[in-house]
Design a protein. Sequence first.
Length: 425
Amino acid sequence: MAKGANEKIAVIGLGYVGLPLALALARSYPVTGFDVSKSRIAELQRAVDRSGEVDTAMLRASTMTFTDAAADIRDASVYIVTVPTPVDEENKPDLGALTAACATLGRVLKKGDVVVFESTVYPGITEDFCGPAMEAASNLICGEDFFLGYSPERINPGDREYTVERITKVVSGQTPDVAQRLATIYGHVTNGNIFVAKDIKTAEAAKVIENAQRDINIAFVNELAMICNKIGLSTHDVLAAAKTKWNFLPFTPGLVGGHCIGVDPYYLAHLARSLGHEPEVILSGRRINEGMSGFIAEQINKHLGRTPSRILMLGLTFTENVPDLRNSKTADLVRHLTAMGHHVDVHDPCADPDEAQKEYGLNLHPVLNEIAPADCIVGAVRHEAYCEFTAEVLGAQVTDNGLIADLKGMWRHIEMPPGVRRWNL
Ligand SMILES: NC(=O)c1ccc[n+]([C@@H]2O[C@H](COP(=O)([O-])OP(=O)(O)OC[C@H]3O[C@@H](n4cnc5c(N)ncnc54)[C@H](O)[C@@H]3O)[C@@H](O)[C@H]2O)c1
């Protein structure tokens, strides 16, 4: 079964996860990248990655090829699936992209092939949903003709420290041989830094709980922030003191957006409910984190004390230094403040203005110092450029007696200019 060095790999879905992985694998194997988005493929063929994860030089130097035609991935021996797994309006798993990818794979699978899923799912999706879907589309038998694997992805968009090459990769296979075959392949990317999980469901569960645990921990500090606000304490000051204890977990309060932490716990909750277990901790964490934009809007409104006020929102992306606008909670915050009667200008040096307009109907201001001084500046995202702000920069953007709402604690070290008020989360 082991095919060793003559593997050919196809990566299905070339987004934040699929593209860096495919490029890393292409240093050791022939790799074809397949995506349903024609515009994404056209950009990648021109060596342009709008997600900012890889640069043009890397794309040009790579041997990997890009295609939107399923026929071009027919000769692969290993298929790696990295398509989106979002939730629908009711926060239930939306398996549409996975279903479509399985239908595509069903048309190209051959005996001996392996299909590895990297998309975040709940335990059971790979073997009980994707396997049968590909069987139906291929007329092959899963576990006899073709085989399954699951290898969760752990990278964070924009994180230059924990890149795909530098993190332990969990792999799992339908059989020990498949797991070994995958350990060999992924080992080329991670310098052998591989953990072979007991089985596929274990690997699926490990991924989804990593993110659910993060969500719950952030919910705890968000709840702490609500309590600190009532006492009149700065949450960041409290956390700075508490984290001097060796086993205190250093989480910080804030908005939880994006496609992972704010989404994956719903996958686990959905599974739990389908099995008759009400996931109380997981869902109360979600409720608190989902409620943060409303809580923050109320605090800003209260501290402003005047409606309408002009507010300058700094940062729209879901996290720092990336253009990723998926599930932006700043957009929710803007909505709340606008509904309260305020006028909100939004600035973000990383986001694509067209996407901001399309996704949220927001016009991004291109040049910060062309925006007239506002009654309130909200530091919503810790973009590098914002962290470098001085008291003078902030002072120039805010009116007399204005308010600086520092949601990320990024300006805690700055002594505000006279007359400028500060509110920290
Ligand atoms: N981005 C992250 O940091 C991260 C981290 C860990 C896990 N994940 C998980 O990895 C998966 C992918 O996330 P992402 O952030 O890379 O998503 P993404 O939206 O950036 O990219 C997904 C790509 O898949 C393509 N696609 C959609 N349906 C397809 C289909 N049927 N066939 C081929 N291509 C298709 C899209 O056009 C897009 O280019 C998700 O399950 C996500 O939860 C993401």
